[in-house]
Design a protein around this ligand. Sequence first.
Ligand SMILES: NC(=O)c1ccc[n+]([C@@H]2O[C@H](COP(=O)([O-])OP(=O)(O)OC[C@H]3O[C@@H](n4cnc5c(N)ncnc54)[C@H](OP(=O)(O)O)[C@@H]3O)[C@@H](O)[C@H]2O)c1
Length: 336
Amino acid sequence: MPNSNLQAKEIRFASCPQGEPSQENFTLTTVDLPELQPGEVLVRNSFFSIDPYMRGRMNEGKSYILPFALGKALDGAAVGQVVQSRDSGFPPSAWVLSFCGWRDYFVSQASQLRKIDATQAPPSAYLGVLGATGLTAWVGLNDVARIKEKETVFISAAAGAVGSVACQLAKLYGCQVIASAGSAAKVAFLKNQLHVDYAYNYRESEPLRQLEIAAPDGLHVYFDNTAGPQLEAALGVMRNHGRIVMCGAIAGYNAPSPGPKNLHQVIIRRLRLQGLLVADHLHRMPAFLDEMIPLLRAGKVLHQETVVDGIEKAPDAFISLLQSGDAHIGKLVIHV
Ligand SMILES: NC(=O)c1ccc[n+]([C@@H]2O[C@H](COP(=O)([O-])OP(=O)(O)OC[C@H]3O[C@@H](n4cnc5c(N)ncnc54)[C@H](OP(=O)(O)O)[C@@H]3O)[C@@H](O)[C@H]2O)c1
């Protein structure tokens, strides 16, 4: 039965993009919310996450996660507060993490939600530095790369959500950090706020040349967020037995990106390339938070985010996330 008091706004998936997404792939709709049943809660979202992997969910076909359903609301990570409850474990005003982004209000089984501690950090941090984003960076460095002190690490898309956490952790682990990004403002952020050892704009300089200058003895680890030309450059300067964390391939999300022409370097240099999907590592969340919350509270890790106000701005924010440039630094979130 509809809850006569309340309607919700949601953004629906209207059509599959060909190449870059555009406004016409999304529609903003108002829906009636149902009356609460026992065990359910009504949540008002405060922030939801916009992520590059969502572009893959706009394509038809099999992937590691189901595609978005045409005509239905998009979804993804969100944080919000309970406003009505029929579950004693989730009283009104409790902060919760859900997978019900791209909308302002929603009704859910309480069992589908995870409580978050908003006294430890701002709620939006649980979408970024304390959420799947931060976990991706932490698992990529610790469990996949098995990084060691004094190693030389290159991180691409370094001023973004995952990249900015990876840079900070690698510095804290005592590594030499080389970082690339697609604008002067991002390069300045990497140098001045994250204190990486070397940062450059990969769009205005030749990536291989930059890596040769920054790491004359080669890279122990490449944390790859882009694939494409930057992966090719890294393959050209890896040390023997180096490790490449294959985290993202954003250079090819909107249009196919040419693969590296020098893949044979994997054999010559006896490299280990390993794909990472954060969903396989959720059991590491408690250990990650045990390390990360004290670092954040001590100011040793920066919670860097770009907040876009208004649910109706989410499609444009998502479109810009898939482009290089200054539109966001750190984690991009929508403030509802
Ligand atoms: N494997 C996993 O479980 C997992 C989890 C989270 C994220 N990821 C991946 O990690 C990567 C970063 O994700 P994020 O959430 O942290 O996003 P993000 O870095 O905050 O945002 C994406 C950034 O990618 C860069 N970019 C866009 N088009 C590009 C292109 N053609 N070539 C090179 N760079 C381009 C842009 O930065 P510049 O201006 O610097 O170019 C953009 O700001 C993505 O590939 C994502 O799919 C993987």
